[in-house]
Design a protein around this ligand. Structure first.
Ligand SMILES: Cc1cn([C@H]2C[C@H](O)[C@@H](COP(=O)(O)OP(=O)(O)OP(=O)(O)O)O2)c(=O)[nH]c1=O
Length: 200
């Protein structure tokens, strides 16, 4: 089959960041919220966690997607921060955000994002992940408290947003920036190419 740009993507996500990122690809897309359970077994590695959850999110939408005349690829994604072997999701409350930021400040952590693509008609599925290294500069307790007061940490893995005020706390990154924000466009483009969808 010839590569085609006429296929439609369905982003299985409520994340406004992911919605903005997928728009950058310039392909037709639709957003469908995915209500997948995000609990996983304790023994999974970070890569297994984000791959399992991205799969679960994509599959939840795949199972209820209406039929459509063209090709549709459902895209699910999940992000976690890992520090010292501990996976950090979104903070439960301000205290949890304080605990996470106190650990991350002055140290290097890893951000894992998994992506799953499922083709609606055939059910063919692909899952992969990327990892980015992020180093935060040392922060005082007062700086952490003031950052938490902005409300920015609350719906972000690891309690910070590199694309927001959190950028002022990041000293260095190694790897794909967009993987930290929640969707590596580089990885997604490679995965779409396996479905004969050319972004460029
Ligand atoms: C580390 C980091 C995470 N994040 C976000 C990306 C994800 O939205 C969120 C991690 O939570 P996720 O559970 O991966 O995603 P979500 O619940 O926001 O959205 P959905 O499951 O519906 O797709 O953290 C940032 O926006 N910036 C950052 O710098």
């Amino acid at each position: 089959m010839e590569p085609t740009a006429a296929s439609r993507l369905i982003l299985a996500s409520t994340s406004p960041r992911r919605q903005e990122l997928i728009r950058a690809l310039g392909l037709p897309y639709e957003i469908v919220a995915s209500e997948a359970d995000e609990t996983v077994a304790d023994h999974l590695t970070p890569a297994e966690i984000v791959e399992t959850l991205s799969e679960r999110k994509a599959r939840a939408v795949y199972e209820r997607v209406p039929s459509y005349p063209g090709r549709q690829i459902i895209v699910g994604s999940d992000t976690i921060v890992v520090y010292n072997g501990e996976p950090l999701g979104k903070p439960a409350d301000r205290e949890d955000a304080r605990r996470m930021l106190s650990m991350l400040q002055g140290n290097t952590h890893h951000v894992f994002t998994g992506i799953t693509c499922i083709e609606a008609g055939s059910g063919r599925s692909l899952t992969a992940h990327r990892m980015t290294r992020v180093t935060m500069k040392p922060l005082s307790e007062r700086q952490i408290d003031r950052y938490i007061e902005t409300g920015e940490p609350m719906d972000k893995a690891g309690a910070y947003a590199i694309q927001g005020l959190g950028a002022t706390m990041v000293e260095a990154i190694e790897g794909d920036y967009f993987n930290v924000v929640g969707l590596s466009l580089n990885l997604l483009a490679d995965m779409l190419y396996s479905f004969n969808i050319e972004v460029l």
